[in-house]
Design a protein around this ligand. Structure first.
Ligand code: UGA
Length: 428
């Protein structure tokens, strides 16, 4: 069966937009990215990814200049069958989602489509509070098109992409969720994915928006739950990893996202759980479970400092090696990384920090310009009174002799990654 080649425009060439656009181009569609940052657009057109993401460079090389292009204006998007909105929804001071970029993108799309005879499906991929597509996106687009326009449809198609594994997640999804304003709109978006062998779930616009928040909140809850169990286990001398292994074999629970430790960071979980709490409160609910998920998460970094105290006492003037700065492995992203509150506390208490991360040094230098960064773990460990492992980089599990360079072999794992056999460490 011949597959359909669609014209797709993607508004926003950030992390989600770029991965989405590149993957759709890889699937054979003709894709245009609208990215206001001209430097980013130029890089994309040269096939150079402006961000690190595994496999992205390969895909960009195969598609850029062929069926993928980037531009910094909205001209020409009226040839698109689908226009994906992939702009940021950053948190406001109170934790609720800021929809300024969504509104602006929707208005610009409306203006660009004025007078077009073609049927377009405007599809929100950004994570937005339930109700946003109906109450913000549709009116902003229709402002230019006029309420009577039937040349557009609307969908909400959330992404479930993990940083560092986003290309694989896009190409091999557990499910594709498409919420739509009509069957017709949904069927167009479904065509964009027809080459993927994936389960498609169709819903209302609002339900699709809620599925995204609920998925992230549930995963965050699994992590905070594991951390709470881990904290109890620690008090009574039980290995929480052994416990969660035994628990995870129950298929109703499953073994994923049960790793206790420093808690969750990154640009999604903390922001999305907070936004869901705000949404609930705005609607008269008091979401105590979700609030506890955040509370547990905020306490975890302080706990590794407490463990450090029990091992080496006062840390003033002591050299502490920090292994891992990124919010998780396989990324250079330090947004909301749990290493930030840990380093902050180490510095407040007068410790000397020497750090190593395989990828995230440059990002962390912007936050802590004055700590010492090393290009390998061994140098960071040289003369250290203690070592804290803060990111689950797999290569840390291969470290052995490097620990002999420490002044005293106190190793505390904020993420379970060292083998712990042969190394006298304190596991989480
Ligand atoms: C997360 C979701 O996993 C994606 O499905 C979602 O699309 C994405 O947010 C988003 O909303 O855009 P991501 O933030 O890239 O993806 O990272 P995860 O791999 O989910 O890890 C998040 C944090 O949880 C990391 O700090 C990680 O170290 C921590 N974590 C993860 C644990 O502490 N324990 C675990 O068992 C698993």
């Amino acid at each position: 069966m011949e597959s359909t080649i669609l014209n797709i425009s993607v508004i926003g060439g950030g992390y989600v937009g770029l991965v989405t656009a590149s993957c759709f181009a890889y699937l054979g569609h003709t894709v245009r990215i609208v990215e206001i940052d001209t430097k980013k657009a130029e890089l994309i057109n040269k096939g150079i990814p402006p961000i690190y993401e595994e496999k992205l460079e390969d895909i960009l090389k195969q598609t850029s200049g062929k069926n993928l292009s980037a531009q910094s204006h909205y001209e020409g998007i009226d040839d698109a069958d689908i226009i994906f909105i992939c702009v940021g929804t950053p948190p406001q001071d109170d934790g609720s989602a800021d929809l300024t970029y969504i509104t602006r993108a929707s208005e610009s799309i409306g203006s660009a489509l004025k007078g077009s005879e073609k049927y377009h499906v405007i599809t929100v991929k950004s994570t937005v509070p339930p109700g946003t597509t109906e109450s913000v996106v549709i009116p902003a687009v229709m402002k230019s098109l006029g309420d009577t326009s039937d040349s557009v449809g609307f969908c909400m198609n959330p992404e479930f992409l993990r940083e560092g594994r986003a290309i694989d997640d896009f190409l091999h999804p557990d499910r594709i969720v498409i919420g739509g304003s009509s069957e017709k709109a949904i069927s167009v978006v479904q065509k964009a994915y027809e080459k993927l062998d994936a389960l498609v779930i169709t819903t209302s616009l609002k339900a699709a928006e809620m599925i995204k928040y609920t998925s992230n909140a549930f995963l965050a809850t699994k992590i905070s739950f594991s951390n709470e169990i881990g904290n109890i286990c620690k008090r009574i001398g039980i290995d929480v990893y052994e416990v969660m292994k035994g628990v995870g074999y129950d298929h109703r629970i499953n073994p994923y996202f049960l790793n206790a430790g420093l808690g969750f960071g990154g640009s999604c979980f903390p922001k999305d759980v907070m936004a869901l709490i705000k949404l609930a409160e705005k609607n008269g609910e008091n979401p105590i479970l979700l609030k506890s998920v955040i509370d547990v998460n905020e306490q975890q970094p302080g706990r590794i400092i407490q463990v450090l105290h029990t091992r080496i006492g006062d840390i003033r003037g002591k050299r502490i090696a920090v292994l891992g700065l990124a919010f998780k492995d396989n990324t250079d992203d330090v947004r909301d990384s749990r290493s930030i509150p840990v380093i902050d506390e180490l510095l407040t208490q007068g410790a000397i920090v020497s750090a190593f991360d395989p990828m995230a040094t440059e990002s962390m230098k912007k936050i802590f310009p004055d700590i010492t960064y090393h290009t390998n773990a061994g140098d960071a460990l040289e003369g250290a009174d203690a070592c804290l492992v803060l990111t689950e980089w797999p290569e840390f599990s291969k470290l052995t002799d490097e620990f002999n360079r420490m002044k005293s072999p106190v190793i505390i794992e904020g993420r379970r990654i060292l083998s712990c056999s042969g190394i006298e460490g304190v596991c989480w």
